[in-house]
Design a protein around this ligand. Structure first.
Ligand code: GUN
Length: 280
């Protein structure tokens, strides 16, 4: 069994990005800029946004966070996004999700200029991804593909099972695997017999947010297991969606939580922001 070390790979990628950012500044006098919009007081969102800002700073990307109160109106958020769309020093715009219930998330995401959509959540980019065209790809699934590539895992012809069908993780993950010619099964809350699907998978990707959802009996011998879940237990411990201790005995490759997919997500945000800045 090999651990897919996302922490180590993310450090390697961040170093490469740092060099490219310096080169862009030297040759074209461009400093990539990221605008983050953070609404409300969700502690996890605040933590993630701080981690993103810190990572930007480490590689020389300029970042600004627009913090807004829970009570903000949809129109005020839209106005801020329109301003960032026009701002020539901002290459990437990221609206941290989830948004409060009175805000229409789809409307907000559709206002972002697709060329600055470094999260890849705009339907334009999602459509292009599904057609196998160049696009901004959501950071978490993109990070998973980079991890597979780093460990020379070829997905072509493999049976892949994606558990979780969200717009930001499961669906783009399935699209990326399909684009690389895996045979993809997508499971979700209404799936009748989850185990029947997971047990068949050569590559099992899980992003649901339920500790211990995937147990040893649900995994094929020698499977490649990717755990996207980040769950905080009552005792403060961070775990994924997979029973790591027991599943790791059966898997050929597995991501740990923490230190697997999480750090890759942030590295991919930096990569997407650099890509947007190069298109300036
Ligand atoms: N909320 C949970 N994950 C993400 C993410 O990758 N990007 C944004 N913007 N919000 C999130």
């Amino acid at each position: 069994m090999t651990i897919l070390d996302g922490k180590a790979l993310s450090l390697k990628i961040k170093n490469e990005i740092k060099e490219e950012v310096a080169k862009l500044k030297k040759e074209k006098n461009i400093v990539p800029g990221l605008a983050v919009i953070l609404v409300g007081n969700d502690p996890a969102s605040h933590t993630y946004v701080k981690m993103k800002a810190k990572a930007c700073k480490e590689v020389g990307i300029y970042s600004i966070t627009h913090e807004m109160p829970e009570s903000i109106s949809q129109d005020e958020i839209i106005e801020t996004i329109l301003m960032m769309n026009k701002n020539p020093n901002i290459d990437g715009i990221l609206v941290q999700l989830p948004l409060p219930n009175h805000i229409d998330t789809t409307k907000i995401l559709e206002v972002i200029d697709p060329k600055k959509d470094v999260d890849g959540f705009h339907p334009y980019n999602f459509g292009r991804l599904n057609q196998g065209l160049d696009s901004f790809v959501p950071c978490t699934p993109l990070g998973v593909m980079e991890l597979l590539k780093e460990y020379k895992i070829d997905v072509k012809g493999k049976d892949a099972c994606v558990v979780g069908a969200s717009n930001i993780v499961g669906k783009p993950m399935a699209a990326l695997l399909l684009n690389e010619f895996a045979t993809v099964d997508i499971c979700h809350i209404f799936t009748k017999d989850l185990k029947a699907h997971t047990k068949n998978a050569d590559i099992l990707v899980v992003g649901v947010g339920k500790p211990n959802l995937i147990t040893e009996d649900m995994v094929k011998d020698g499977a490649i297991v990717i755990d996207i879940g980040i769950n905080k237990l009552e005792n403060g411990k961070i775990v994924g969606d997979v029973d790591f201790e027991n599943v790791s005995k059966k898997a050929s490759f597995i991501t740990p939580v923490p230190g697997g997919v999480g750090p890759m997500t942030i590295a991919m945000l930096l990569k997407n922001t650099l890509k947007a800045a190069k298109n300036r």
